[in-house]
Structure formats: C-alpha cells, structure tokens
Write a protein that binds this ligand. Structure first.
Ligand SMILES: C[S@@+](CC[C@H](N)C(=O)[O-])C[C@H]1O[C@@H](n2cnc3c(N)ncnc32)[C@H](O)[C@@H]1O
Length: 216
C-alpha cells in the first residue's frame, strides 16, 4: 500500500458512518488479546455488511467464521425485529473471548453462536437463509458455497470474504498453498455458475456478492 492508498483509506473512514464505541472496543480487544487480529472485519467492511443487511432485510442470516464477533455484530445490528443470525465458529478456544462480546451487546437477542464445523452444523439448523456471510477456511470455500446455496432461498444472497486473497488469485499457487487454491477454485466456479448472479467488490481483501436466481 502506498501513502496515497492509506490517505484514501483515512478519507473514506472520515466520510462514512462512524464505528460505534462498542465495536471500537471489540476491535481494540481483538488486537490486544487474539492472534491474527487482521481477520476481524473492521470499520469499513463492518459498515458495508450493516448496510447490506439494511437493504436485504433478511429474517434468517448465516455466518461461517465468527472469530472475535466483529462481523457478527455488524450483521445483527441491522436485523429487523424477530430476525436471527446463526454464526458458526469451529475453534472452541475462541468461545471464551467472543461469547461475552456477543451476549453483552445490544443485539444479543438476534444472535445464536454455534461452536463446531459449519459443514456439520448448517444441515442441523433446519433453516432457509436469506443471507449468508462466508468467512471460514479458505481451503473449502467451494464446499461452503454448495452447502450454503442448498440452504439459501431463491433470491437470497451469499457474501464471500477474502476472494481476492491479497492479490494471490493472479498468481500460480505454490502446490502446498491450499488456501490460494481454494479461493481460486471458488472464484472460477462461481464466475460461470448458472444458478447465480455475482459481482466482486474490490474493497479490502475482495468481497464477492452472489444472488441465487429466482426459480422461473
Ligand atoms: C477470517 S476469520 C472470521 C472473521 C469474522 N467473520 C470477521 O469478519 O470479523 C475466520 C474464522 O473462521 C473459523 N473457521 C474456519 N473453518 C471453519 C469451519 N469449517 N466452520 C466454522 N468456522 C470456521 C476460524 O476458526 C476463524 O475464527
């Protein structure tokens, strides 16, 4: 990133909705106490997720990959009355940090946190989702995609994070680099999947927005 990029980033953050004190405190705590804090969505992406929820007005939302709960709170914040976010985290050591942040938030009654592998938990939820945020293990994005699409209503949306993978999508991946391979396979498949419409937003690490086509 050059100086101009970071100046533009600062400009953007100064001209969008501010981050709430609660999210600011969570972001700070994430950086103090957790490994790999860059995984948290942060101010800009958080506001994008929030506004997408306001636009889509979903009743049932799925998140794969809770981590510290930053994106979960941004998704839940915009949910209408009676709606529910199911957020799934595979790492049980994460629960001690994240659950209190979710449960002490103003949106606690709109969030259900599950600990376990999303691939096992999603089929047990018996829900049809209006919106899913896919942000788990990059190696199996295509598996998440197929499973999520199966549990998504026609006209529903999937938002997939990190789909530009720090630019590595442009390179031939090292044979051992299963994360880059996973993202590239996902992007290539989704690009021509006739069941959906899609666009990649080149913000942060790439955000793909996918709409499951209505049945005609
Ligand atoms: C990039 S972080 C999520 C960041 C969070 N969504 C945010 O934006 O603030 C990815 C998380 O997915 C979790 N994860 C990886 N594989 C998973 C799986 N199969 N099911 C559920 N969670 C998974 C990881 O443990 C990690 O905490």
């Amino acid at each position: 990133m050059n100086n101009n990029d970071s100046a533009i980033d600062e400009y953007i953050l100064a001209h969008i909705d501010p981050e709430s004190d609660y999210l600011k405190a969570l972001y700070r705590d994430t950086h103090i106490k957790l490994l790999r804090p860059r995984m948290a969505s942060g101010h800009l992406q958080g506001r994008v997720l929030h506004l997408l929820v306001e636009m889509i007005r979903p009743q049932r939302v799925l998140e794969i990959g809770t981590y510290s709960g930053y994106s979960a709170l941004c998704l839940a914040e915009g949910l209408p009355q009676g709606a529910m976010l199911h957020t799934i985290e595979i790492n049980d050591e994460q629960e001690e940090f994240t659950r209190p942040w979710l449960e002490n938030s103003p949106w606690a009654d709109k969030i259900t946190m599950h600990i376990g592998d999303a691939m096992d938990i999603i089929p047990t939820l018996q829900e049809t989702f209006d919106l899913a945020f896919v942000d788990g293990d990059k190696r199996i994005y295509l598996d998440y995609y197929e499973l999520t699409l199966k549990h998504l209503r026609p006209g529903g949306y999937i938002i997939a994070d990190n789909t530009l993978w720090d630019g590595h999508v442009l390179e031939e991946p090292h044979p051992a680099d299963k994360q880059s391979k996973g993202i590239i396979a996902f992007n290539d498949f989704v690009a021509t999947d006739p069941r959906v419409e899609r666009v990649i937003l080149p913000m942060r690490d790439g955000l793909t927005i996918i709409r499951k086509k209505d049945k005609r």
